[in-house]
Design a binder for this molecule. Structure first.
Ligand code: MN3
Length: 200
C-alpha cells in the first residue's frame, strides 16, 4: 500500500497475510482486534471529520497531515485529523512492513549502514528509543526533508508527516499492540518485533 494514495473516503486496508501469520511473536487475537477494532475505529472517525470538509476530500492524507496547521478549520477538528488520520496512516504502514518471512530491503540496509554504522547499531538505537518512550506512541525511523535518516518517538498517533518527515519504519508502542501476549513486558515485545519486521 502506497501511503500517498490514501484519500477520502478512507477504507480499512486488507492485511497482506492472515492474522496468525506473525505468531509466535504477535498473536492472532491481538492482530485481529488491532486491525478490526482499533485501526477500523480510526478509519471511521477520520471519515466522520473529513466528511464535513469537501475541500479536504480531494487532498491525499499525507498532504493533509503535512499542512494541517495551515487549514482554517476548528482546532478540535484538527486534533481529530491529527489523531485519526495519524492512526490510519501509521497502522497502514505498520501492517505493510511486517510479514511472516523476510523481504530484505537492500536499499534501506545500505542507507541504515551509512547513517548508523550497521543494522545492529540501528536496531539498538531504535530499541532504546522505543523503550524510553513514556506512555502511548510510536518509535520511528524517518527520512527528514534533507534526506537523512533519523530515529525518534512521537506521542499518541502523531505521524512524522506532521513534522515534514517521511516514515520508513514505525513500531506501535500502544499497549493494545501487545498486552494480550506480553501484558506489561514492552521490552520483550520490542525485542521480538524485529523477527516480524520483514525489511531488515
Ligand atoms: Mn495500534
Amino acid at each position: 500500500m502506497n501511503l500517498n494514495e490514501l484519500i477520502y473516503p478512507y477504507e480499512l486496508c486488507h492485511l497482506p497475510y492472515p492474522y496468525e501469520a506473525l505468531e509466535p511473536y504477535i498473536d492472532s487475537k491481538t492482530m485481529q482486534i488491532h486491525h478490526t477494532k482499533h485501526h477500523a475505529g480510526y478509519v471511521n472517525k477520520l471519515n466522520e471529520v473529513i466528511k464535513k470538509y469537501p475541500e479536504l476530500q480531494k487532498v491525499a492524507l499525507v498532504e493533509i497531515l503535512q499542512n494541517l496547521e495551515s487549514y482554517d478549520i476548528p482546532e478540535e477538528d484538527k486534533e481529530a485529523i491529527r489523531n485519526f488520520g495519524g492512526g490510519h496512516i501509521n497502522h497502514t504502514l505498520f501492517w505493510s512492513i511486517m510479514g511472516p518471512s523476510k523481504e530484505i530491503d537492500e536499499d534501506l540496509v545500505t542507507k541504515i549502514k551509512e547513517a548508523f554504522g550497521s543494522v545492529e547499531r540501528f536496531k539498538e538505537e531504535f530499541t532504546n528509543t522505543a523503550l524510553s518512550h513514556f506512555g502511548s506512541g510510536w518509535a520511528w525511523l524517518v527520512e527528514n526533508s534533507e534526506g537523512q535518516l533519523e530515529i525518534y518517538s512521537l506521542l499518541n498517533q502523531d505521524s512524522p508527516y506532521l513534522l515534514g518527515d517521511t516514515p520508513i519504519i514505525g513500531l506501535d508502542l500502544w499497549e493494545h499492540a501487545y498486552y494480550l501476549l506480553y501484558q506489561n513486558r514492552r521490552a520483550e515485545y520490542v525485542q521480538n518485533w524485529w523477527n516480524v519486521l520483514k525489511l531488515l
